[in-house]
Design a protein around this ligand. Sequence first.
Ligand SMILES: *[C@@H]1O[C@H](CO)[C@@H](O)[C@H](O)[C@H]1NC(C)=O
Ligand SMILES: *[C@@H]1O[C@H](CO)[C@@H](O)[C@H](O)[C@H]1NC(C)=O
Ligand SMILES: *[C@@H]1O[C@H](CO)[C@@H](O)[C@H](O)[C@H]1NC(C)=O
Length: 194
Amino acid sequence: MASLRVPPAALLFLLAPLLILAPVNCDDEEGHVLSGINSYRQSHNLPALTKHDKADCLADEIADEMENQPCPRGGITPGPASQFTQYPKLLGKCDIDINTTTEGVILPVCVHDRVATLVLTNYTLSQHARYLNNSKYTGAGVGTEKDWTVLVLTTNTVGGSFASGATCLINCVFGWSHYLMFLLLGVFLVDYAH
Ligand SMILES: *[C@@H]1O[C@H](CO)[C@@H](O)[C@H](O)[C@H]1NC(C)=O
Ligand SMILES: *[C@@H]1O[C@H](CO)[C@@H](O)[C@H](O)[C@H]1NC(C)=O
Ligand SMILES: *[C@@H]1O[C@H](CO)[C@@H](O)[C@H](O)[C@H]1NC(C)=O
């Protein structure tokens, strides 16, 4: 193994997917949105929202769907986004049973360049605030795409738990093959390092 030489360029090629897939900046920004919202919650004596992985997945998917829609006037849609029943495909991608979403809420805002302070005030100083300022919600996921930021709020009741459906077909297989690919890549790299 020690004699195996891989040119640096080839190594870069191998690592590129890892670098591209690591959503460092994005996670950071989305984390900031959530911590800003949690500061707002704290100032209203409400417990912090905890990051909910499936809501996070769904928020990303919804942001993807909205990215080409023009910003509404003032940046805020008049109410929460259309109900979850409009997103069966996206719920499937994130392996969420639609029956566990009815008490959740989707809050999109549109701010050109997603200027952090404006994104936050679009949540805290708008009609969206009444959802943030509500102890019913306990979890959250954030997605961003172009000018859009999407916040999905979950509850700790069954109707808003965003839990897995009984069935997950293609997406689970898909998820697994991804995992397997990285596992193999990892084994290969570890092997190479020796
Ligand atoms: C959701 O609930 C309805 C009835 O309340 C049921 O018919 C449907 O199969 C459920 N959907 C899933 C994905 O479990
Ligand atoms: C929301 O963002 C828009 C920019 O898209 C800005 O003009 C507006 O003032 C913001 N609204 C609030 C309440 O912060
Ligand atoms: C929301 O905030 C207002 C003041 O900003 C407060 O009067 C109200 O009680 C809060 N509602 C909840 C559910 O915390």
